[in-house]
Design a protein around this ligand. Sequence first.
Ligand code: LRH
Ligand code: MN
Ligand code: MN
Length: 386
Amino acid sequence: MPSLTSVKAALATQAIETPSWAYGNSGTRFKVFAQPGVPRSAFEKLDDAARVHAHTGVAPTVALHIPWDKVDDYAALAKHAEDQGLRLGTINSNVFQDDDYRLGSVCHPDAAVRRKAIDHLLACVDVMDATGSRDLKLWFADGTNYPGQDDIRARQDRLAEALSEVYTRLGDDQRLLLEYKFFEPAFYTTDVPDWGTAYAHCLKLGDKAKVVVDTGHHAPGTNIEFIVASLLRENKLGAFDFNSRFYADDDLMAGAADPFQLFRIMYEVVRGGGYTPDTAFMLDQCHNIEAKIPAIIRSVMNVQEATAKALLIDREGLSAAQTSGDVLAANAVLMDAYNTDVRPLLADVRSERGLDPDPISAYRRSGWADRIATERVGGAQAGWGA
Ligand code: LRH
Ligand code: MN
Ligand code: MN
């Protein structure tokens, strides 16, 4: 069995990055339900993120989405983060919300549109230089809706060319993270639909290119932990976008729909040596009907709980059962860890760090929700539809 001290130490060093867009108003394509007190600027999103970090102790960085979080002075934004005990994290590019991108961005048939998209990606690296961010996350809405609409192979060539130009622009300590998604908004072909495509491009680019696994971006029944294990084996897992899905890219709270899947993923992370700062553990979610800050706290806690259970697995016992071919014993080792109530353990980890053992109650008692509802009028959209 792993020692409790080592499990606690590993949990105390956990870092989960929250997405700026989760703090803003968001919705489905049918309705955005505005909530009182939502941030009116990137600065105010950081103020909310600071509350999540203050209560959980494990959410020290915030991912930005450009241009949703466009500001005149990124160094000032980074300073604002620092003043709150935070750092700016991954820079997410956005080449999917412009009329020019009807037929795609970096895979578009027109070279002028591709140029515009690549220039945006390069501008995102400029932002990283100003914010001190390590990672550039690329997700492309590119694809086609109808057979014959465009040349599938030519689009891959255009993609490779764009990625290579961006990769060349990276500094020594910067990374390019390529995110895949099996469909949506394109329905016939998607240019980066799966981890194989993302992996092939990243392999060609070099060591600073890694794959992002967004848990919501898979077909039902996909064994995501197998993908995680495979990417870690090849040293190509760069990051997670954690969220829950029931149907498609639902963007619900991480660990809400299938906590067992999250545990299985975290086990492969731990088993494969991926529980290090080299893997960015991000949330990518939207809170459309629930209060945002406590929902983000809840999501962070769900990831913590899955991690604690994964760390508690008796790896030696598991290995012995596996080697002797004892199927039931091996499965029981995993299930024993999964069925452990780790909430008291995590409460202890928090108390030992001087935090309230119950982050959600502490947030509710803090009065922050009332304060922002009074002080902030006319909060901003998360970005979708903005
Ligand atoms: C695409 C995606 C990608 C975007 C984010 C807002 O579905 O997962 O990561 O940047 O949503
Ligand atoms: Mn994502
Ligand atoms: Mn998504």
